[in-house]
Structure formats: C-alpha cells, structure tokens
Ligand binder design. Structure first.
Ligand code: TYM
Length: 331
C-alpha cells in the first residue's frame, strides 16, 4: 500500500463535486493504503471566516466525512491547525518556492479577483502550505479533483528544488490520483463553471446534506436543452450541461457514458432527470442521515479529531524535524 494524503476546506457543506471528484475515492482507497485525511482550517483562513462558523463547519465536515465512510480507527482524520508540523514545513517551503512560481497559479488568479493586492498574503502562498501538508508525511498518493492538478505539480517542483539545493533525496515524488469522469463536476445552472462552494447560488450545486425533495428540485431545474439525449458520446461535445448530467449519472451508476446513452439516447431530459434524481438520493440520503446522527454528539467528533491529530503528529513531527535539520536549524 501507499501513504495517501488529501484535504478539504471546512467552509460550507461538501457538495457533489467534492464527493465525486475526491471523497468517494478517499473512502475506496482506505482498503489497501495508509490514509491521512485533513480538514484544512489553515487553508480556509486565507479568506475571511467567521470564527464561530469555522469551528462549527470543521465539526460538520468531520461528521460528513465519517458518514461517507472514512474510518478514523484504521486511518487518520484531523484538522490541520492541530498539527504544527504543517506550519513549520510551510515556512521552509515559502523560502524554497519562487515568486514566479506563485504568479503562475491559476487558482490564485481566479480567487483573487480584480483587486489582487487586497487579498491576504496567505491566499498567495496557499499552494506552499498544501505542498507542506503532503510532504510532511512523505505521502506519495494524493486523490483530488482536476482543479488541484497545478498545485500537485508545484508540490513536486518544491520537493525537487529542496532536494537539489540541499543535495538530498529527502522528499519523494508525489502522484495525483485524479479520476477520469468526475474530476470536474460542473455547475448545474452553467456548464462552463465548476460546481463550487463559494458560488452564491445554491441552485448550481447539490450539497451532501440536501433533503430528497431539494435534490429532486435542483435536478429538475438544472439547465438542459431542448434536444433529446444523443445515442453516442460525440453528440455531447457541444452540450456542456447535458454532458455534465450524463457524466454524473455514469459515475453514480458505475456505467460508462456509452452505456448510459444506450439507455437514454433519443429520449428527452425528463425521464433521464428523474432516474438521475433517484440515483442521487440513493447515494446522498444515507450520508445525510448518518451525518445528522453524528452531529448529535459533538464531543465524540472532537475526540476523533484530537486522536487523529496525535497520530498525524507522530508521523509528521520527525519528518519535519529532519527537514529543519537539513536546512541548518539547530537540533
Ligand atoms: P477543496 O476544499 O476546494 O475541495 C476538496 C476536494 O474536492 C475537489 N473538488 C471537485 N472535484 C470535482 N468537481 C468539482 N466541481 C470539485 N470541486 C472541488 C477538489 O479538487 C478537492 O480534491 N487545496 C485543496 C485542499 C487541500 C489539499 C491539501 C488537497 C489542502 N491541502 C493537500 C490535497 C492535498 C482544496 O481547496 O480543496
């Protein structure tokens, strides 16, 4: 098995994109790997968070991840700020990464908006903290959606420069585990935008705590077009919204896109959408109900995170201490 690391920001409720692009694989790869999953509260802080709601959402997301099937006994689940190794290594990486590398990060450009200079410095160096998250554990497998690909490339650039500058083979090469079909789930109202927690309208995303009727309604009102579904995949190439819905169906039903189109090709959206709602409810309702149960005992959730942080520190502290020695800090 490999050592796996991945993270999610505890802002808002995880949505279908988070689930299909990342969380479902986090659950699956627990089978034969050593997995470390992190609620990245330090990353969340790069944009303003109401302190009380950051704490609340950290516990809420913990509950969702447990309900989705993360096993905190065999694996590790914790919040980032509880393990100081992340911040320590991130500082070293701030001194390894080049300003030019940061300037190429497309996610910063997207998030920073027009008034770039008004953003926090944290948002700018965010990818260095992400590299530290992974390399503090020398993890080699990182299951993420497509939007994190550039950050993983940067992680390898940082590891390589560190190894080169300090003439060491200390940090390993990191590989992304980016799914084929669901690495970029799109907004239900606009197939050219990715499904995102920060979009002001909830109509474009399905959240893992949505009630059944809310799911059905969002799918009913999801943008489509007036043509029937095509029988072959090429027929979807210029129909972004149709492609997105068919892709979601295919991942949930564990069928290829071709198979889905064999069943629904030539038919209108209405029967397809109702089958899609059924599949979504089958997947989401049990997670939602289990999350509600878990949220009744917040003390238990905190204990799980605390134990996770202790296990995580036991791995990361010696690795980061060694990195500190390599760069010349006194032991
Ligand atoms: P975050 O919190 O934005 O998203 C968590 C995971 O969900 C994936 N994702 C999607 N996948 C498919 N379609 C979508 N529309 C979609 N939206 C989000 C993301 O790719 C991600 O895998 N920087 C990271 C968190 C992080 C991290 C790390 C990840 C911090 N340190 C170290 C891996 C390793 C982030 O903001 O994810």
């Amino acid at each position: 098995g490999k050592r796996v690391f991945s993270g999610i920001q505890p802002t808002g409720i995880p949505h279908l994109g988070n689930y299909l692009g990342a969380i479902q694989y986090w659950v699956d790869i627990q089978q034969d790997n050593e997995c470390i999953y992190c609620l990245v509260d330090m990353h969340a802080l790069t944009v303003w968070q109401e302190p009380v709601s950051l704490r609340k959402q950290t516990l809420e997301q913990t509950a969702v991840l447990l309900a989705a099937g993360i096993d905190p006994n065999k694996h590790i689940l914790f919040n980032q700020s509880a393990v100081s190794a992340h911040a320590r290594l991130a500082w070293i990486f701030n001194c390894v990464a080049r300003i030019g590398w940061m300037n190429r990060m497309t996610q910063f450009k997207d998030k920073a908006g027009k008034n770039r200079e008004a953003n926090s410095v944290g948002l700018y160096v965010y990818p260095n903290l992400m590299a530290a998250d992974i390399l503090a554990y020398k993890a080699t497998c990182v299951p993420v959606g497509e939007d994190q690909r550039q950050h993983l490339e940067l992680t390898n650039d940082i590891a390589q420069k560190f190894n080169h500058d300090y003439k060491t083979g200390f940090f390993p090469v990191v590989e992304g585990f980016i799914p084929k079909t669901s690495a970029r789930v799109m907004n239900l109202r606009d197939g050219s935008k990715k499904m995102s927690k920060s979009d002001p309208s909830e109509q474009g995303r399905i959240e893992l705590l949505d009630e059944d009727d809310v799911i059905t309604n969002k799918i009913k009102r999801a943008k489509s077009d007036s043509e029937p579904l095509p029988s072959e995949q090429e027929g979807l190439s210029h129909r972004l919204e149709a492609l997105n819905l068919v892709s979601i169906y295919s991942v949930l039903a564990k069928q290829s896109v071709e198979q889905v189109l064999q069943d629904f090709g030539g038919k209108g959206f209405s029967p397809f959408k109702s089958a899609l709602s059924d599949l979504l409810i089958q997947k989401i309702a049990p997670i939602r109900e289990e999350t509600k149960k878990m949220l009744a005992d917040k003390q238990h959730l905190q204990t799980i995170l605390k134990q996770g942080a202790e296990k995580a520190s036991a791995i990361a502290d010696p690795i980061v201490s060694e990195a500190e020695y390599i760069v010349g800090f006194l032991k």
